[in-house]
Design a protein around this ligand. Structure first.
Ligand code: SF4
Ligand code: SF4
Length: 301
């Protein structure tokens, strides 16, 4: 990856079957306009690169990274810690580490580099009706990059889906609409005050953006990341169904809750609080779908 102008991306994941039709390559952008307390990708929240430390990969007796840090952020594993607040993400210790116990999360990619990477999976896209999915974080926040990259991706014949939380001014995505085949639009909580409590922002702009996409006849699939006790109560089910009914959205995809994000927090030196929620049972999702159905909305996992 070059240091040229481009986008900050923290992962390119191949062979996904959950992020749009067919087999997909998912590109994860750093930076997000929300701060959901259940965020599955805490490494996506900040827009710049971050240092991650995997203690289970650190080699007993190894001292290669010690003394390399000019910012005094790195202390020996067994005698001290990494001071994440001091780290300037220079990458010097990462280069020294022989076991990938230290990693930089987030690298700059140019549009050309990203296209070459994604196109490696074209045979899988062609055989399955799949393509490229932009995710994050919030890809729309890197709209200048997307203005360059998306025409290239479409000219290369790729199907393009964008996963978005919709928390930005619509002008950011307006120039991109003709390059996007499918919007996977997350709706987290219907009530504005609860939305602000759980995500750090009210949902009026988000709902406005969803309405605009639908008005402009974009292809939109609305999804709700299921978080037990946060958005699964009768009140939220009723209000979400009512809201989507008003917008003419006939169905809702339920994204199952995954608690594995909590293990990422110490690796990143994050002070976010783990929720301690366990993944719900199959019966829980069946009940939730039935609750939505009672309000006239078809909801499926
Ligand atoms: S990335 Fe650079 S600043 Fe951060 S701990 Fe490693 S050497 Fe220090
Ligand atoms: S270089 Fe890597 S393996 Fe060696 S002590 Fe540092 S973190 Fe551990």
């Amino acid at each position: 990856m070059s240091g040229a102008p481009g986008a900050t991306i923290f992962d390119v994941q191949r062979f996904s079957i959950h992020d749009g039709p067919g087999i997909r390559t998912v590109v994860f952008f750093k930076g997000c306009g929300l701060a959901c307390e259940w965020c599955q990708n805490p490494e996506a929240m900040s827009s710049g690169p971050e240092l991650a430390y995997y203690p289970d990969r650190c080699i007993e007796g190894c001292t290669r990274c010690l003394g390399v840090c000019e910012d005094d952020a790195l202390a020996p594993r067994r005698e001290g810690r990494i001071d994440f607040a001091r780290c300037t993400h220079c990458g010097a210790c990462v280069e020294r580490c022989p076991s990938s116990a230290l990693r930089l999360v987030g690298q700059r990619w140019s549009a050309g580099e990203l296209l070459v990477e994604v196109c490696k999976d074209r045979p899988f896209f062609d055989s399955s009706g799949g393509g490229l999915t932009l995710s994050g974080g919030e890809p729309a926040l890197q709209s200048a990059f997307l203005g360059e990259f998306l025409p290239m991706a479409k000219n290369a014949g790729l199907h393009v889906a964008v996963e978005t939380a919709g928390a930005y001014a619509f002008e950011l995505i307006e120039p991109l609409l003709r390059w996007v085949d499918l919007w996977l639009f997350d709706l987290k909580v219907a009530d504005a005050a609860l939305h602000a409590r759980y995500t750090g922002r009210k949902n009026d702009e988000i709902l406005g953006n969803l309405g605009r996409l639908l008005e402009l006849e974009q292809t939109v699939e609305v999804r709700m990341p299921v978080v037990p006790g946060r958005n699964t109560d009768a009140e939220n089910v009723a209000r979400t169904a009512e809201l989507l009914g008003r917008l003419g959205v006939p169905s809702l995809q339920l994204l199952p809750y995954n608690h594995l994000w909590e293990a990422k927090l110490p690796r990143l030196g994050s002070e976010r609080v783990a929720l301690g929620l366990r993944p719900p049972s199959e019966e829980f999702y069946e009940q939730l779908s039935a609750d939505f159905a009672r309000h006239g909305l078809q909801a499926r996992v």
